[in-house]
Design a protein. Structure first.
Length: 118
């Protein structure tokens, strides 16, 4: 198992324990949602790293391949953060950030479906 995946799995375990303690100790739902989001993203990224590691072992070592620079990924990340904050702030922010998220995801998808090999 890759080191990064181990760290993220450990992070997910710690945040899940903290979320249980937080909600049992009569904490607010907003804090619980943020802790649960940290658990989900930790598990999601760990699974991605583990699956990538397995596929890399099947293909052999790949050297010199880097992701293409884009401005769409930060837009998608910002929209996701706004959506998560909208759950805490109010439904109006969920609606606005949901539209922003759909636009950012559409731009991200459109960029990679129309990109040609350079």
């Amino acid at each position: 198992m890759r080191f990064q995946a181990k760290v993220l799995l450990g992070q997910a375990i710690v945040f899940s324990i903290a979320a249980v303690i937080y909600i049992v100790g009569r904490g607010s739902i907003a804090g619980f949602v943020m802790l649960a989001t940290a658990v989900i993203f930790g598990l999601w990224t760990a699974v991605f790293l583990l699956r990538r590691h397995e596929s890399d072992e099947k293909r052999g070592p790949v050297v010199g391949v880097f992701p293409v620079g884009t401005t769409r990924a930060p837009l998608l990340a910002a929209a996701t953060v706004l959506l998560a904050n909208g759950i805490v702030v109010g439904w109006w922010m969920v609606a606005v950030s949901g539209v922003f998220l759909l636009i950012a995801a559409g731009l991200y998808f459109f960029e990679y479906t129309t990109r040609r090999e350079e």
